[in-house]
Ligand binder design. Structure first.
Ligand code: NAP
Length: 283
């Protein structure tokens, strides 16, 4: 049976350290502050915003939440971002995704000042990561790397297979692991023979949003399996959140594994706090 990588516990410990650092920064006269923008009427988005606000309060970071109806005009969101860009009291801006279909996510993200881009999604920050320059790195990949370091003293030379290549998870994670000297394979919806490639992984990460996609035959015995997926399903009439990994069968063969919930999710929010603090410290 695999060792469970307890993302909740690891995130709580990390947030304790962040809280101490926030106190130090506050003593110098700066209160780190994040703007959370939600323009979706998807209940899941509101849950994520509430979690982010709650954790901000817990670690002493101030948060301003901006909520808009689903039919908000892109120009209104653009104006808000430009206004917050010039507000010296706000250090970080998060644009909660998904946005309504009529709104162009990338255009809006690129309006965020790169030094307030808390999820490292602007083209500039993504370019910095890919060219090995210092910048803001997306929160979920940072959280995954943190979890991996609790299992592996040394990542160099390990073969990491990442399923999913989005700009918020898969791509930046590939780059982070490459920077950690892993051998990295990136899989996506056009990839062939996924199970066969995944079975060569020392570290297997799934970030695709397909419930129970990764089955036992994808996993090399003893491999570390990180499940980034968050999928809302209905089972026996009850609503449930599951990952991309078929936990019951995969945990029998993996060496270490995360669960959903309480795996990568808490680490993502913890790193949102970490990045806010970093930006407030005149990054
Ligand atoms: P996304 O933008 O929709 O990207 C999905 C990726 O998966 C794409 O690269 C896609 O390939 C690939 N893919 C889809 N179906 C596939 C298949 N059958 N075989 C191989 N690859 C496939 O999603 P995302 O934003 O990265 O999120 C992925 C999942 O992670 C979602 O469940 C999301 O809720 C979750 N998530 C969790 C956290 C957290 O904190 N736990 C944070 C962010 C996201 P193509 O590029 O070829 O289309």
């Amino acid at each position: 049976m695999a060792k469970i990588i307890n993302g909740r516990k690891i995130a709580d410990e990390f947030c304790g350290q962040i809280k101490e650092r926030v106190l130090e920064i506050k003593a110098t006269g700066t209160t780190p502050c994040i703007a959370l923008i939600n323009a979706s009427d998807d209940p899941a988005s509101e849950v994520y915003i509430a979690k982010k606000k709650k954790l901000s309060e817990l670690v002493g970071i101030s948060s301003n939440v901006y909520r808009f109806a689903n039919d908000v005009k892109e120009s209104k969101l653009a104006d808000l971002i430009k206004k917050i860009n010039t507000d010296k009291g706000v250090h970080a801006i998060l644009l909660q995704s998904p946005l309504p279909k009529n709104i162009r996510f990338r255009e809006l993200v690129n309006l965020i000042h790169p030094d307030k881009d808390v999820d490292g999604l602007t083209t500039l920050n993504q370019g910095r990561l890919f060219s090995g320059e210092p910048g803001v790195v997306p929160c979920t990949p940072l959280g995954v790397l943190h979890l991996l370091r609790t299992v592996h003293d040394r990542l160099a030379g390990l073969h990491s297979v990442i399923i999913g290549r989005s700009s918020i998870v898969g791509r930046p994670l590939s780059q982070l692991l490459l920077n950690a000297n892993c051998t990295v394979t990136s899989l996506h919806s056009y990839s062939q023979d996924l199970a066969c490639i995944c079975r060569t992984a020392d570290i297997l990460i799934s970030a695709i949003g397909k419930p129970c996609f990764v089955e036992r035959d994808f996993v090399k015995p003893g491999a570390t399996v990180i499940d980034v997926g968050v999928n809302r399903i209905e089972k026996n009439g009850a609503k449930k959140i599951v990952g991309d990994v078929d936990f019951d069968s995969v945990s029998e063969i993996a060496g270490a594994i995360t669960q959903v919930p309480n795996g990568v999710g808490p680490m993502t929010v913890a790193y949102l706090m970490h990045n806010t603090l970093k930006l407030a410290c005149c990054y």
